[in-house]
Design a protein around this ligand. Structure first.
Ligand SMILES: Cc1cc2nc3c(=O)[nH]c(=O)nc-3n(C[C@H](O)[C@H](O)[C@H](O)COP(=O)(O)OP(=O)(O)OC[C@H]3O[C@@H](n4cnc5c(N)ncnc54)[C@H](O)[C@@H]3O)c2cc1C
Length: 267
């Protein structure tokens, strides 16, 4: 049997601009953070479960949401592509980058079971199976059930809006997620469980809030509403979850639900 792969590019040298971006990132993060452009680290994340090969310029092992915020801000300022990486089980190449790959798994593995297993507070780097194993003693489990649950992470599952054979339209991430900590491209970090989340967004991200509110008001009009309702009455994981604009009123809740299925492009 022979196996072939679609090889696109695996640059080994940083362009001048990307070298400057890497230096700016290291500078902004200070000591302690790991940002590597070693060949070994880059090649280790050059493949995922898809048939593509894309070696990133550098790999960052984020330690906290604040680190992620810093990386997003620097990458946006330096026009340097940034991609998050969870378990790398995506099938279409969305966990690969030619810029900076941010490992959102290694240092994000804490979990707290709440309310006798009816709720769970989870960092994005745990696998679905790890969370379900902890919940098993309470007789509960997460709603989404991708077949890759032994390897895929909570962050990747939410960012892909992954689901499986049993969760349907009622037990998916969109229906079962309660709140989320989001690092935005500007570097703003907001926890949507914070009662002041909307105020924080309004003061730090006025443009974003303006866009969200304008889209919400437009999409709720007669021209679009029925079509959106029809498209999301069935299982639909295509593109951004624009039903968020109909289902939620406030900027923080709309954004939180838009994140589901956004493949790391929004935060
Ligand atoms: C054998 C196999 C079976 C599968 N079965 C299913 C299935 O039943 N149902 C299904 O829907 N899919 C399935 N998949 C596809 C894939 O496993 C899922 O989509 C999975 O949830 C991806 O999770 P991951 O942790 O591997 O994410 P990754 O592949 O690492 O990343 C997925 C996307 O999320 C982004 N991302 C990762 N972490 C974060 C974060 N913390 N914040 C923001 N963005 C982030 C990445 O940039 C990327 O765009 C399967 C894949 C395989 C190989």
């Amino acid at each position: 049997m022979s196996v072939s792969a679609t090889v696109t590019t695996s640059r080994s040298l940083l362009s001048e601009g990307n070298a400057a971006a890497l230096a700016a990132l290291r500078d902004a993060l200070g000591s302690g953070a790991t940002v590597s452009d070693r060949e070994l680290d880059r090649m280790a994340l050059a493949v995922d479960a898809s048939h593509y090969l894309h070696a990133p310029d550098a790999v960052m092992r984020a330690r906290s949401a604040a680190d992620v915020g810093i990386a997003m801000r620097v990458a946006a300022q330096m026009n340097w592509p940034l991609t998050f990486r969870g378990g790398g089980t995506s099938l279409c190449g969305q966990a690969l980058s030619e810029g900076l790959t941010v490992d959102a798994r290694r240092h994000f593995r804490n979990m707290e079971v709440l309310d006798d297993g009816r709720r769970v507070r989870v960092q994005p780097g745990l696998t679905v199976t790890q969370v379900n194993t902890a919940l098993a003693r309470y007789g509960t489990k997460l709603g989404p059930d991708p077949a890759s649950s032994i390897a895929c992470t909570i962050g990747g599952m939410i960012a892909n809006n992954s689901s499986g054979m049993t969760c349907g339209t009622t037990a998916n991430a969109y229906r079962t997620l309660e709140s989320m900590t989001i690092a935005l491209p500007s570097g703003t970090v907001v926890n949507t469980a914070d009662p002041n989340a909307d105020d924080i967004l309004r003061s730090h991200e006025p443009e974003l809030v303006g866009v969200l509110e304008r889209l919400r008001d437009t999409l709720r009009g007669d021209k679009y509403r029925a079509d959106i309702e029809r498209r999301y009455a069935i299982k639909n994981t295509m593109g951004y979850g624009i039903n968020s604009f109909l289902d939620y009123d406030t900027p923080a809740k709309i954004l939180e639900h838009l994140m589901i299925g956004s493949e790391g492009t929004l935060g």
